[in-house]
Design a binder for this molecule. Structure first.
Ligand code: GLU
Length: 223
């Protein structure tokens, strides 16, 4: 189980996400990635190895990866090899929903079979990718409601954060037996797997309880 960081607010958050991941490095990891919503599309960069590799990959994107809503992840592989394609964030087939996940989704093969049968195209070997496709399948104008419905179908122990290109300025997190915390700043909000990820930015921390779903925006949180 590794690191999650998410940000919503007015700031260009690429470096905030990379810094948040750096502060979670003590947990160990084998690969990493970030997704940012800039304009109408989400851009994602993955790298195998340490965060220096991710920073280089982001820099090579020449400003392509930018935005003020975003998520980042350091992965410790449990399902699927250590590859760029298996690094998080993962997205649905239309690239509109991106997720980062810590932990394990136990019923991922059943869900994957069901989603593939209705046209979902998977691009990784992970258990986590199923969550992006499942949220997209439930998405009907309300990201939080789609996460709630997806959550009720998932078995295992995990924490995840979802973002959608159709819902700028919103992140939705959920946890089941894995840690997730929210940080409320001045006109901006953070969500992470551990407090050190955003402690340099805010000390106003809210704990997400087991079984809870939280929506964060620049204005605060809703549990
Ligand atoms: N089970 C997921 C994977 O293998 C997440 C692992 C983690 O917690 O980093 O991709």
């Amino acid at each position: 189980m590794c690191g999650i960081i998410g940000y919503v607010g007015p700031r260009e958050c690429r470096d905030l996400l990379l810094e948040g991941l750096r502060r979670l490095e003590y947990r160990g990891y084998d690969s990493a990635g970030v997704s940012l919503l800039g304009g109408d599309d989400i851009a994602s960069v993955h790298a195998v190895g340490n965060l220096e590799k991710l920073r280089d990959a982001v820099a090579a994107g020449n400003g392509h990866v930018r935005g003020s809503t975003g998520v980042g992840h350091t992965r410790w592989a449990t399902h699927g090899r250590v590859t760029e394609a298996n690094a998080h964030p993962h997205s649905d087939t239309s690239n509109r929903v991106h997720i980062v996940l810590n932990g394990i989704v136990e019923n991922w093969t059943d869900l994957r079979d069901r989603l593939e049968a209705v046209g979902a195209e998977f691009t990784s070997e992970t258990d986590a990718e199923v969550v992006a496709h499942l949220i997209a399948a439930h998405l009907n104008g309300d990201l939080t409601e789609a996460v709630r419905q997806a959550y009720s179908e998932l078995r295992g122990h995990f924490a995840f954060v979802a973002m959608s290109a159709d819902h700028p300025g919103v992140l939705v997190g959920a946890r089941k037996e894995c840690p997730l915390v929210v940080g409320i700043g001045d006109g901006e909000s953070f969500i992470a797997s551990a407090i050190p990820a955003f402690l340099a930015e805010t000390r106003n921390v809210q704990l997400v309880n087991d079984g809870e779903i939280v929506e964060i925006t620049a204005d605060g949180s809703r549990f």
